[in-house]
Write a protein that binds this ligand. Structure first.
Ligand SMILES: N[C@@H](CCC(=O)N[C@@H](CS)C(=O)NCC(=O)O)C(=O)O
Length: 296
């Protein structure tokens, strides 16, 4: 095995040596808490979302767009872009909403006291319960939905922090971690493929927050949109997963949700901030660029 990590002997006490290379190294640090004072912007809707269009962020904007499509007008929201590569997640206002300094974070200011919600799974569950939508009402159905929701929360770190990190982002390619996490990623793809052989959606016959949580990670991977790893992981061989991934990709709310807080890629697929449904037509970012001179 050509693995250079075999030569590393850990010291008695770990010491932070920055920079340690690799994409995102500049924002990683071994302590929590804010690095600077910065209040969060607040819009006029009860739901204030602070996020970015990464897979974890997209889960929430897809659900909000699905809720609005289904006629839940109370799901109108302001979505503010948190540029994690610039360290926005370490501003004091953001840390007040999410002490874990990661997007997405939601503030519901519609009640007597504002409610903060962090962790994408908690946000999906909060919104599904609030609007009684995209989650089954019966105990057995709700439990199966939560089984897959929590499966995603526990599994995706092996895909993103494990496979994706070592395959796509680490400063050098090392066989041991790539091999270990490719095996786990393929096992997870097979878990989904087998489930979707017997079921239209993850929780049963209906599209739920379980699908909304899993799709931005495993759907994107299956469709060749994550880590440039489609061939390496032979994603086409998971035919039931392919069927499900393609079907969900055609939903208009999914297509809108993917655009919200997206600050990279094709300009036509970006909507940096979202405050009204009409923002999808009027290209809010054009106004933001004009006002700030920022290019994202
Ligand atoms: N378990 C969390 C993970 C959130 C997460 O990892 N967010 C990333 C972007 S996808 C982030 O904000 N990273 C910034 C950082 O680590 O400083 C969730 O599902 O909400």
């Amino acid at each position: 095995m050509n693995d250079s990590s075999n030569s590393y002997t850990p010291p008695k006490v770990w010491v932070w040596q920055k920079p340690n290379g690799g994409q995102f190294a500049s924002i990683n640090r071994p302590v929590a808490g804010p690095t600077h004072e910065k209040a969060l912007p607040v819009g006029r809707h009860p739901l204030q979302l602070y996020s970015l269009a990464t897979p974890n962020g997209v889960k929430v904007t897809v659900l909000l767009e699905e809720l609005l499509s289904a006629g839940h007008s109370g799901a109108e929201y302001d979505a503010w872009a948190v540029r994690i590569s610039d360290g926005d997640q370490f501003g004091s206002g953001f840390v007040d909403v999410n002490p874990n300094s990661k997007i997405p974070a939601l503030l519901d200011q519609g009640g007597e006291q504002p409610i903060r919600v962090f962790e994408s799974g908690a946000i999906l569950l909060y919104l599904a319960d609030k609007f009684r939508a995209f989650i089954p009402g019966d105990t057995a159905g709700r439990t199966e939905c939560l089984n897959w929701l929590f499966w995603q929360m526990g599994s995706a770190p092996y895909l993103g922090g494990g496979f994706g990190h070592f395959y796509a982002y680490a400063p050098s390619k090392m066989e041991y971690p790539i091999d270990r996490f490719a095996m786990e990623a393929k096992r997870q793809l097979d878990v989904l493929d087998r489930r979707l052989a017997n079921s239209a959606y993850l929780a049963g016959d209906d599209y739920t927050i379980a699908d909304i949580a899993v799709w931005p990670w495993y759907g994107a991977l299956a469709l060749g949109q994550l880590y440039d790893a489609a061939e390496f992981l032979q994603v086409d061989s998971y035919v039931n997963l392919q069927r499900w991934a393609k079907q969900i990709a055609t939903r208009p709310a999914v297509q809108r949700g993917r655009m919200v807080n997206r600050t990279w890629g094709e300009p036509a697929e970006q909507l940096w901030e979202r405050h009204e449904a009409s923002d999808f037509d009027s290209k809010t970012q054009d106004k933001v660029v004009a006002a700030t001179g920022s290019t994202g």
